[in-house]
Design a binder for this molecule. Structure first.
Ligand SMILES: C[S@@+](CC[C@H](N)C(=O)[O-])C[C@H]1O[C@@H](n2cnc3c(N)ncnc32)[C@H](O)[C@@H]1O
Length: 266
């Protein structure tokens, strides 16, 4: 799998989207990492690390003594992640190109985390098995992924409904699953992992950056959406405009996908 196969724009523009997403989700992801057992001294792997926001937080959580290896297939984002980690003075971190559909860095790891990655992978079970194979005895696998059916808006937004339908179909056409969150416990069982713990978070708001995630995401999937032939440029442009108007209208409420957090210790 190459970066061109990945549906959400990566590189520098994609980094800006991930930055906003990370700011919105930081409190719940930090809470999840701690609840799942990230502790000082652990050797960690962050699969599909993108711009490295979670990777840096994890590196701070496992210091002193711990290390984090971040992997991705997006070289420009990996380069940005390296620079930003250095600028933040996070030293116990490394970033390497690695495609979870084909390989996994040598372990063992005490803690493996992946956020919003399995949703894009045609064979998430094989990816989970690969993660399982490099887990140290007593190690933890902690996965966060989406259930796109969780979106809602007040008042109802036809543009949001259309975006959810288009995105879900586009991911399906490309072999992924926009609703994979709810399947995670079953996938853990199939991968031979112990019965996991599960928790749901649901970002939503009537103000702030959380309302901008949907329009920004649509802007970042335009090339992939056009390639699938599911929508025209004109339809996408008007959807983006409606989503921004909705987001900027005081009093409207927008919810993101439900996020399913699942973790197990072997
Ligand atoms: C939605 S982004 C999430 C990034 C980061 N985990 C976060 O939550 O901020 C998904 C990331 O998975 C990466 N990715 C997609 N397919 C991958 C693969 N086969 N192997 C490794 N990373 C992959 C993408 O390049 C992208 O950076």
């Amino acid at each position: 799998m190459e970066q061109d196969d990945y549906i959400i724009r990566g590189g520098i523009e994609g980094r800006e989207r991930l930055r906003i997403l990370s700011r919105v989700l930081r409190p719940t992801t930090l809470d999840f990492l701690k609840r799942a057992g990230a502790r000082p001294g652990m050797r960690c792997l962050e699969v599909g690390c993108g711009g490295g926001d979670v990777t840096c937080d994890l590196a701070r959580l496992v210091a002193p003594g711990g290390t984090v290896l971040g992997t991705d297939i997006d070289d420009p984002q990996l380069a940005i992640a390296r620079k930003e980690a250095e600028a933040q003075g996070v030293g116990n971190i490394r970033f390497v190109h690695s495609d979870i559909t084909r390989e996994i860095p040598d372990g063992p790891f005490d803690f493996i985390h992946a956020r919003f990655v399995l949703t894009h992978i045609p064979d998430p079970l094989a990816a989970l098995r690969r993660m399982r194979s490099v887990l140290a005895p007593g190690g933890v696998i902690a996965i966060e992924d989406i259930d796109f059916r969780g979106h809602f808006a007040h008042p109802p937004s036809p543009a949001l409904d259309r975006y959810v339908a288009l995105y879900t179909e586009m991911v399906r056409k490309r072999g992924g699953d926009a609703n994979i969150g709810a399947r995670l416990p079953a996938l853990f069982a199939e991968a031979g992992l112990p019965p996991p713990q599960m928790h749901i978070v649901h970002p939503a708001g009537h103000e702030g950056e959380v309302k901008l995630i949907s329009p920004i995401t649509v802007q970042n999937i335009v090339p992939a959406l056009l390639r699938t032939g599911l929508a025209t440029q004109a339809e996408i442009a008007s959807m983006v405009e409606e989503l921004y108007i909705f987001a900027r209208t005081p009093g409207t409420v927008a919810a993101l996908p439900r996020i399913v957090e699942v973790w197990a210790r072997v």
